[in-house]
Design a protein. Structure first.
Length: 365
């Protein structure tokens, strides 16, 4: 193989793929990135057998060929080269990389030993087309609630499903729940995508293109003209989470998001010794939401913000969960609603038919 490629594009592709190729893998070739010519382009791929990422680059090909090379080494080497043309030349199981005054020979493994890259079953698949902006927003708003508890695998991913003609994404860790409504669709879908896969999608795909998301029985593929990320789905049945979303709430607080965020962050400073617990008290007559927190050694704090309130109420929540919601929910005004101390609270944008809902379970006060 003998090809010439832009350093900037090559470094970006390697950086996107290198983390998938694990340096702790028992199968040595999986620590490597596959590089080969493919129909006039350069294919760069990595896999850990759970997820595979493939990127295609426009290059000048003098001689076709292939090789696998250590992922982290070649990525860091190319990233430090000047922004110039990089020449790649394969001789047996060695890759010679030259650019300007820099030259290196990297020992590799022949491409024949690299696992076959996965493909989705086109006959048994369904797909949706999404803008990358909408996709990244939906991922950021739902993966915040994904669980890290590997004893419950179905909660370590984001649940993609259709309901009443719309595509939804949902996630929960048992303490909070996030649901995002995306687009109208005629397909039927129920699939759980690992959060780690969605992180790779957000990292790898540029913000200026649309993405086709293809599902078969056991895999999902995120596809653009130059990138394919294919991952196994998580086996299992996602909980029937909709029963946690309240239809009506006794206490409904309409409040400016910036005001709500400010009083919450201040109260959180005094809640570090109490597991982050802060007590929110809504007063209808005073049109105030007050937040109280206590630190036994430091003191206590009460912060207040103006709000429109339907009925008095009180609830204790984890301040970290609240603060994280403020970072990803849109709009300038929010509706914060709950039914007493022990019921889940609902946070959503104060607009007609909001497309994002966030539930936080209360703490014992």
């Amino acid at each position: 193989m003998k090809v010439s490629v832009s350093q900037e594009k090559f470094a970006k592709a390697l950086n996107n793929i290198k983390d998938i190729a694990s340096s702790r893998n028992e199968l040595a070739v999986l620590n490597n990135i596959l590089i080969r010519t493919d129909e006039g382009r350069l294919l760069i791929a990595g896999t850990n057998l759970e997820i595979a990422s493939t990127q295609y680059l426009s290059v000048k090909i003098d001689k076709p060929g292939s090789i696998t090379i250590p992922a982290r080494l070649v990525s860091e080497f190319v990233s430090n080269l000047p922004n110039d043309i990089v020449n790649l030349e394969v001789e047996k199981d060695h890759l010679k990389i030259t650019s300007g005054n820099f030259s290196s020979i990297i020992n590799g493994i022949v491409a024949d030993e690299f696992p076959e890259l996965p493909t989705v079953d086109s006959k048994e698949s369904v797909s949706v087309q999404l803008s990358i902006e909408d996709l990244k927003k939906a991922i950021s708003q739902t993966k915040i609630a994904v669980s890290s508890d590997m004893s419950r695998p179905v909660l370590t991913g984001v649940y993609w499903h259709t309901y009443e003609g719309f595509l939804y994404l949902a996630a929960t860790d048992g303490y909070r729940l996030a649901e995002k409504r995306l687009i109208k669709t005629d397909i039927e879908l129920s699939a759980i995508i690992p959060a780690s896969t969605l992180n790779e999608v957000v990292k790898s795909i540029d913000d200026t293109i649309d993405v086709e998301v293809i599902f078969d029985e056991s895999q999902v593929c995120f596809k653009t003209d130059n990138i394919e990320i294919i991952s196994r789905l998580i086996d299992g049945r996602f909980p029937d989470y909709r029963q946690l979303i309240p239809d009506k709430s006794e206490t409904e607080v309409r409040i400016n998001k910036a005001d709500f965020a400010r009083v919450t962050k201040i109260a959180a400073l005094f809640a570090r010794e109490s597991g982050g617990g802060i007590t929110l008290k809504a007063s209808k007559d005073n049109s105030l939401l007050s937040i109280h927190s206590i630190a036994s050694e430091l003191g206590e704090n009460t912060s207040e913000a103006n709000a429109t309130i339907s009925a008095d109420g009180q609830i204790t929540l984890n301040s970290r969960y609240l603060n994280e919601v403020f970072n990803i929910i849109e709009g300038t005004d929010l509706i914060f609603s709950f039914n007493g101390k022990l019921a889940p609270c609902l946070i959503q944008e104060d607009i007609k038919k909001p497309d994002y809902k966030h539930i936080i379970m209360p703490m014992k006060s």
